[in-house]
Design a protein around this ligand. Structure first.
Ligand code: DOR
Ligand code: ZN
Length: 445
């Protein structure tokens, strides 16, 4: 393994920003100091003027493998992820076939061990009929158990109340929940269909997949977690209403934690006019007021982690009319640059971004020796040029689907380098050709 020194960086870690050097050897951060230029190194990176953060740990992606690889695969999407400063990801089970057993998780791990540029872990999915698989799973081998308490891409809705209760009673590790009330959504959809037929405008999405539908389902998840004692992680919260379900207690004290995703922090329903199906996703992007409430909840500590919900579909699929256009958008390459826009706007500090994208996911999922810039830890790092503009285009998107919802925008920050488990995966626009991601470990009893 190559030895790397990073010199003169602004190191953003654990609430502080300090000038310094980092020396990497055998995949680990061997030393952090003020003059490490004399350390033996195969690669020296001059980081003057750049910020060094722990690489993003994205707890929510859909890389589509197996079965939906025409949309994306582990190789293509993890490559895009490292170009975007994401060093670890957790992949969702709505693949083909769905990931409903430990064997399916093992199959995905085998693919990732050959193809993944970033560190990886996989969720076990749920259905109304796989409770025995859930009970038997070893919590060290999966990042969590994903439940669709609202229907979305893939047929994975879990709506049998008895099966849901069994899941909350018996899940041996964290339950990550997609919450949207499907009966309420179908009712709204019917109303819009009667009015518009097949020409429902994209801007209706947040009026069909409403904040009330989100709140209804999230409160059911919260009450199940409270009555059973289950460990619940609420995924991609998107509305002001849902913030009432959360507390700002320290992360380690919470049994119910929450995630928001970069697109809900960036776009609002005003963007449907220009972006159309490109920003159609579940849960829907809602009003400016909802977006503001999400920002406030990040600042107050009600929201614990920021993720992507990277969910690629082809542009041809997206061109279908509202009812047939699939939900989801590709995000991993541009997620961090989009978050740094909130830094430039004066909303977020750099340490807050490190906290919500790296420290908190490492703590929340109990991932040892990652998510922080500490001596002895794995070297998972992202170096950012905060003042180098990035013009986002579909042509420069590395996703297999070759488009991005941010196309046509100019961001203020560029990812300069990404180091994954001590391997220089990306530098100055060039991707290394070796997929060097490692399987994430989980330190759970
Ligand atoms: O917008 C979404 N896309 N939401 C989901 O729940 C699933 C995802 C996908 O897999 O396409
Ligand atoms: Zn998702």
């Amino acid at each position: 393994m190559k030895k790397i020194t990073i010199l003169n960086a602004s190191i953003v870690n654990e609430g502080k920003i300090q000038a310094g050097d980092v020396w990497i050897r055998n995949g680990r951060i061997e030393a952090i100091g003020s003059d490490l230029s004399g350390k033996p190194a195969d690669i020296q990176i001059d980081a003057k003027g750049a910020a060094l953060l722990p690489g993003m740990i994205d707890d929510h992606v859909h890389f589509r493998e197996p079965g939906l690889t025409y949309k994306g695969d582990i190789h293509s999407e993890s490559r895009a992820a490292v170009a975007g400063g994401i060093t670890s990801y957790m992949d969702m089970p709505n693949t083909k076939p769905p990931t409903l057993s430990a064997e399916r998780v093992a199959e995905k791990c085998a693919i990732a061990s050959r193809a993944s540029f970033a560190n990886y872990a996989f969720y076990l999915g749920t259905s109304n009929g796989n409770i025995e698989e859930i009970k038997a799973v070893n919590p060290q081998t999966i990042c969590g158990i994903k439940v669709f308490m609202g229907a979305s891409t893939g047929n994975m809705l879990m709506d049998d109340p008895t099966a849901l209760e069994m899941l909350f009673l018996h899940a041996p590790t964290l339950i990550a929940a997609h919450c949207e009330d499907t009966p309420a959504i179908l009712k709204n959809e019917r109303r819009f269909f009667l009015k518009f037929g097949n020409d429902i405008p994209m801007s209706a999405h947040s009026l069909i997949r409403t904040d009330a539908a989100c709140y209804q389902s999230a409160s059911l998840a919260v009450s199940l977690a409270k009555s059973t004692g289950a460990r619940l992680h609420l995924l991609h919260l998107s509305s002001a209403a849902e913030m009432d379900l959360l507390t700002d207690a320290p992360l380690e004290k919470k049994r119910i934690t929450a995630e928001v995703c970069v697109h809900h922090l960036f776009f609002s329903d005003a963007d449907y006019a220009a972006k159309g199906a490109r920003i159609k996703c579940n849960p829907a992007i809602k009003t400016d007021r909802d977006r503001e409430a999400l920002h406030s909840a990040i600042l107050s500590g009600k929201i614990d982690v920021i993720a992507t919900d990277h969910a690629p579909h082809t542009l041809a699929e997206k061109q279908a009319p509202y009812l047939r256009a699939p939900s989801g958008m590709p995000l991993v390459q541009h997620a961090l640059p989009s978050l740094f826009e909130h830094y430039h706007a004066g909303r977020y500090s750099l340490p807050l971004i490190a906290e919500k994208t790296a420290h908190a996911p490492a703590r929340l999922y109990q991932i040892p020796e990652r998510g922080f810039i500490r001596e002895g830890y794995w070297a998972d790092l992202v170096l950012v040029n905060l003042h180098q503009a990035l013009d986002v285009t579909d042509e420069t998107a590395l996703y297999k689907c070759k488009w991005t919802p941010f196309s046509g925008m100019r961001f203020s920050s560029t990812i300069k380098a990404t180091i994954v488990s001590g391997h220089l995966a990306y530098l100055d626009g060039r991707l290394d050709s070796t997929p060097a991601g490692k399987r994430l470990a989980f330190c759970r009893s």
